[in-house]
Design a protein around this ligand. Structure first.
Ligand code: GLU
Length: 285
């Protein structure tokens, strides 16, 4: 059975890009006689607000979308994330990182034989300052950021997934990444953020598996992160869903809509008298 999901973070209003994602995921499930799920990605406690969560429910209902309740909320799932981290720690794939953003920027700006540091899905590829020479053992540290030792993690893994939609450069079909791409272009990503005990990458992988999501529908801005997600699925023994990355909804100047573009919020259009059909038209559905 097809299971899709829409997984917004309640950190601001939903905008047209969210409407497109949610409507596309819902239509895919409905067309296949499957299930569409809503998940609230609220691990960033400093930014998530109950009023934004309420607005998400309200906007989606108004758009004509329904979902089974209760919805999964990431803030209720910290135990699962900590178990996943523990299993990666036990494999010797994680290490604590003490670097500040400033430390990383300084390390990257030091000349390194003319090598230009790559920019990965989470920003500049980590220069490896805190990476240990041998896998760490002992108790997993709490309340410190934990990074994945990419070179160790990718060893012996064939990274492959099926893209049903399209990546930002037209990627579709069977997508593969080799170890050198993962090490040089993505690097040692943070899997547990300070004071959070998890990260977007870890949570999304654990939750898609727990909800038995078969088809992940989301914007092309997350295409590059998919390599990290597939790697985590392999390391944690989880199934890899099909991925449907879709075009981004841009403003009249061709710029991506961001959460802070409140003028493009669904709520703002609603207040101006737009109908759900108008929203569908605006996003090209
Ligand atoms: N929570 C993410 C966001 O709001 C989406 C996660 C995903 O679809 O994988 O951008």
């Amino acid at each position: 059975m097809v299971v899709t999901r829409f997984a917004p973070s309640p950190t601001g209003p939903l905008h047209l890009g969210h409407a497109y994602s949610a409507l596309t995921a819902e239509a895919l499930a409905r067309g296949a006689g499957g299930t569409f799920l809503l998940r609230i990605e609220d691990i960033d406690r400093s930014r998530a607000r109950p009023e934004w969560e309420e607005q998400i429910y309200d906007d989606l209902h108004w758009l004509g979308i329904a979902w089974p309740v209760p919805v999964m909320r990431q803030s209720d799932r910290l135990q699962s994330y900590s178990e996943a981290l523990q299993s990666l720690w036990d494999k010797g794939l994680l290490y604590p990182c003490h670097c500040s953003r400033r430390d990383i920027a300084d390390a990257l700006s030091a000349p390194q034989d003319g090598v230009v540091p790559a920019f990965g899905p989470d920003g500049p590829v980590y220069p490896g300052t805190c990476r240990p020479h041998a896998p760490l053992n002992g108790a997993m540290p709490l309340n410190l950021p934990l990074r994945l030792d990419m070179a160790r993690a990718i060893r012996g893994i064939d990274l492959v997934f099926s893209e049903i939609g399209c990546g930002p450069d037209g990627q579709s079909g069977t997508i593969t990444y080799d170890a050198s791409h993962m090490i040089a272009e993505i690097g040692d990503v943070v899997l547990a953020r300070r004071d959070m005990g998890t990260s977007y990458h870890l949570s999304v992988v654990c939750d898609d598996a727990a909800q038995q999501v078969t088809d992940v529908v989301r914007g092309q801005d997350l295409f590059e992160a998919t390599a990290i997600h597939v790697l985590l699925q392999r390391l944690l023994g989880l199934k890899t869903p099909l991925y449907h990355h879709h075009r981004l909804i841009r403003d009249a100047d061709g710029k991506r809509l961001a959460k802070r573009d409140d003028a493009r919020a669904i709520a703002a259009y609603r207040n101006e008298g737009a109908t759900p059909a108008d929203i569908r038209r605006m996003v090209g559905l």
